[in-house]
Write a protein that binds this ligand. Structure first.
Ligand code: MG
Length: 282
């Protein structure tokens, strides 16, 4: 696990005293999904209550590249979490959307889920098995040596590499890790020597920007809630957004989002002093 340096900053209107409510002055929330609201097929303690408290004022901003927003909205509803599809910003979908905007009808090899392939096709992209202009690399659970050879040779022929996210893993059940797109990316760069043309997922700014846009939110009164210093906190810091971490990462305010809701609970100072905090961990 590598945690990059990160920092958090005071929102324009500072939170309450230490031990108070770290979300007291948040008008809007940008919420991470895996490890923050859900873990595999379970809702995390406090997730439903957090969404109720911020109903209509939150968006999910996730490096997930497997689902579509529509599919994920249904899946979350089965877990008791009500999130409209238009408030879900996902790395895989947004990567396909970015490509369709920048290169309409591009020839693209998509390594990812069937849902992502259908979404790319629906955006007018041409899905091809060879001679692609762009390779879109997402979480492909059927990735293999043969697929690695196909990607590497497409890139060496001149195709550009568009990557949903660079996460090596995401959290699974009972402390296990689930290999993510970044692990596949490491194999691709090792085999080809080619670096990505563009990475869409956090900590890059695109997903946060689209989350702010879909909410019509002011960055000064928006708080990012996540569990990953390297993606959630670092990405928030790049855009000057306040960030609250949960889970077992260094700098986390509470073990889960439930701890952010408990008044007088084991919550430390809500935000680091403005512009001052920079917490390095190894
Ligand atoms: Mg997470």
């Amino acid at each position: 696990m590598n945690h990059l340096a990160h920092s958090t900053r005071l929102p324009q209107r500072p939170g309450g005293p230490p031990g108070g409510d770290p979300l007291a002055h948040a008008r809007h929330l940008l919420l991470d999904l895996d490890g923050t609201l859900v873990r595999q097929n379970e809702a995390i303690d406090g997730a439903a209550r957090l969404l109720e408290r911020f109903a209509g004022r939150f968006a999910i901003v996730s490096n997930n590249s497997t689902h579509t927003a529509q599919g994920l909205s249904l899946r979350l509803r089965r877990l008791g979490l009500r999130v409209p599809a238009e408030r879900i910003v996902l790395a895989g979908e947004r990567a396909a959307g970015l490509l369709a905007r920048q290169r309409p009808a591009a020839r693209v090899m998509v390594f990812g889920s069937a849902a992502l392939q259908r979404h790319a096709r629906a955006l007018g992209l041409q899905l091809v098995a060879a001679d692609a202009e762009v390779v879109l690399l997402a979480l492909d659970v059927r990735f293999s040596h043969a697929r690695l050879a196909a990607v590497a040779n497409e890139l060496l022929r001149g195709a550009r590499l568009l990557v949903a996210n660079a996460d090596a893993t995401h959290p699974g059940l009972r402390g296990r890790v689930v290999p993510e797109t970044g692990a596949l990316l490491a194999a691709v760069t090792a085999a080809s020597g080619v670096q990505p043309w563009r990475i869409v997922g956090k900590p890059e700014p695109l997903l946060f920007e689209e989350g702010l846009r879909c909410l019509g939110a002011d960055p000064a009164s928006t708080v990012v809630v996540g569990d990953n210093p390297a993606t959630d906190a670092a990405g928030a810091a790049r855009l000057g957004l306040a960030c609250v971490l949960v889970g077992d990462a260094p700098g986390a305010l509470a073990p889960s989002v439930a701890g952010l809701l408990a008044s007088g609970g084991p919550v430390h100072a809500p935000f680091a002093p403005a512009g001052a905090a920079s917490l390095s961990t190894a």
